[in-house]
Design a protein around this ligand. Sequence first.
Ligand code: DQQ
Length: 540
Amino acid sequence: MTELTHPLATVPQDQLVARAEADPHRPRFHFVSPAGWLNDPNGVSQWDGTYHLFYQYNPEGAFHHRILWGHATSTDLVNWTDQPVALEPSDGPDADGCWSGVVVNDAGTPTLVYSGRHGERELPCVAVGSPDLLSWTKAPENPVIPAPPAGVDITAYRDHCVWREGSVWRQLVGSGIRGRGGTAFLYESLDLRNWEYVGPLFIGDASAGNPAAADWQGTMWECVDLFRAGSGALGDQAQREQARRDQAPGGGSPGPDVVVFSAWDNGDTCHPLYWTGRYAGDSYTPWALHRLDYGGRYFYAPQSFADESGRRIMFGWLQEGRSDAAMVEAGWSGVMSMPRIATLDTEGELAFAPVPEVGSLRRDRVRIGPRSLGPREVLAGVSGNQLDLELDVELQPGSVFRLGLLGSGAGSGVANTGGEGTPAGPAEETVIEIGCDVGGGGFSQSYLLLDRTHSSLDPSVDAEEKSGPILLPGGKLRLRVLVDRSALEIFANGKPLTGRVYPTLGGEAVSLSAAGTVRLLQLDAWRMEGIFGGPRPLFP
Ligand code: DQQ
């Protein structure tokens, strides 16, 4: 049996997998680590047709400590094969962890750029891969940048975005300048080993807005990701290659250059945001700041890449909404999002949808509609905790549409707990709400909201409301919802809201309701197949 080294490693390592597998909250069609802890997606890429997903991994237990790089591969972005751990700490600059990073193609040689952690600080390191990306050798030059820029009082310094620009490599390292705001330091290199500091790409303003606000910039930017937004053309080989070139920072697409970052503050992982703006020369001119996902910290540390068909594909880390102790007990923590395609909407903002490959997991379609909606009704033919739902809804101004999920107890046909004269409500239910604006009075902006007030009878889990504005042109809503036990991914006209819920009663009811005039044009529901056949070894 492996020796337990960390005070939180209370579950022996040889029992972790069984614990994790037994947890009813563990997703079945999202990627999760075999057991233990998972956080950021790393090195997301496609090589000779095969997709690679690396991830921050602690197989010692469900807590963040001495992080390794886990690795999985896929030919369809949906079914994953575990591969040997790609990186683990060793004496030297990554002795205390191999933190987040990226993979780049160095004239045919797969090369990782990651943050080596030693003591309390992180520095850029490099590792070179075999052609199949399965074994990795750390560069003798590590750390390849010996220290953060001199003379700058930084809040933190880690995570990497690396790209080829003409004859040079460029790199951003996420950071923050104390008393000012988050930033990304720009570097340049000819060989990925010797880096010259160029300067801050630009500096955010931590004093702008309220630190409690959903779009506060934070005092440090984690996992900075710079790319040129485009349509992600699918076409012949030449068009696909052009589409990939167009998405390089400063590329040929007319879209904005997007800087995605995860706002961090003194140990708090706040939320992912992005700037739209223009990258030119050595700097970036921001135009506007946007929220990337209305679930905030539940879609954190995203990383994206352009795949061989020119699609901009993004993964994010779905953090847990339960206590550290509950995670440790469960034997696992952290979910990888389903891969999302990022495109530009008509407002010049990012729009997201799960990759179409997700459809290969769909089973037993049920179709409902068209019909008008009113008081809450539990759907007879649709239920489950592994679902893909696709809805087309039409809302009149001032109306509200609600979709209830994972419902149990009263109103779900299981038991009635409503008192006399009280309309019975479900004992547990997670509610997605969409409101359509009324021109003048009422709510002035259409919105998407996740109401977790009644998601769980467990008072210790997070039940905070999550919401954000959406556009409903002509009152039309296209809603896509992926339910995978505790993991929820919602897309309302392209705006994502990711969340976690921990129902205690095992409810599977789906309900619809409306206030005002709401018409369901069509609802398609599928049961989703799981992607793993059973327990997986902690060290594949
Ligand atoms: N997690 C990593 C860091 C990154 C943070 C360490 C974001 O590299 O800054 O596991 O979640």
